[in-house]
Design a protein around this ligand. Structure first.
Ligand SMILES: Cc1cc2nc3c(=O)[nH]c(=O)nc-3n(C[C@H](O)[C@H](O)[C@H](O)COP(=O)(O)O)c2cc1C
Length: 175
């Protein structure tokens, strides 16, 4: 199966994850460049689209889209990619390194809403969605501390234990 990793990352966690996936699956990788993305536009929910991508999506059996969840939303660059290229996408898997854990995924800012939005957008082109919440890197005492969650930056040192296990399971599902 020919995979292409496509990602957007603001503070590096999803870049780290996308690089890991590209290496585990021996797949090419492409970064999304939003047109005029900044936090103000984002908070106002303004979407100016993305710059054209370099790869030809028709050449790939599966796109693995990687990016964060913010304000409980499918963020503009990711949504712009799916909307713009939907007709060229054969199958898509969405992977997010997000702040919300499994237990709060259907709460206001939970990643479950984004998974549902994607299903609505892509229908049966969506193979599945998977979350690797940053809280998986934290101790049980810190897991529900929102400051600690927002400060996590994935690196080789903290990518171990529960998050590494979830990553390995994901890779096994994708091979
Ligand atoms: C402004 C802002 C809003 C966020 N909102 C959410 C949210 O609603 N739900 C969530 O699960 N995580 C939320 N997060 C956490 C990010 O998804 C998490 O830190 C992610 O790993 C950042 O990815 P990046 O480093 O690739 O940009 C938010 C982070 C920021 C900076």
């Amino acid at each position: 199966m020919k995979n292409l990793i496509v990602y957007f990352s603001k503070s590096g966690n999803n870049k780290f994850l996308a690089d890991k996936l590209a290496s585990a699956l021996d797949a090419p990788i492409e970064v999304l460049y939003p047109k005029g993305f900044n936090m103000l536009f984002f908070l106002l929910n303004l979407n100016f689209g993305i710059k054209p991508i370099q790869n030809k999506l028709h050449d790939f059996d599966r796109i693995i889209l990687v990016g964060p969840v913010m304000m409980g939303r499918f963020i503009p660059p990711l949504k712009a990619f799916v909307t713009k290229y939907k007709s060229e996408i054969k199958q898509l898997v969405f992977v997010t390194c997000c702040g919300s854990g499994d237990e709060v995924k259907m709460e206001k800012f939970g990643h479950g809403h984004v998974f549902n939005d994607l299903e609505t957008l892509l229908g049966n082109k969506l193979e599945f969605s998977e979350a690797l919440p940053v809280g998986l890197t934290l101790s049980p005492e810190q897991k529900s501390n929102s400051d600690a969650i927002m400060k996590v930056r994935l690196d080789e040192a903290n990518f171990s234990g529960a998050i590494a296990q979830r990553f390995d399971n994901l890779v096994a599902r994708l091979i």
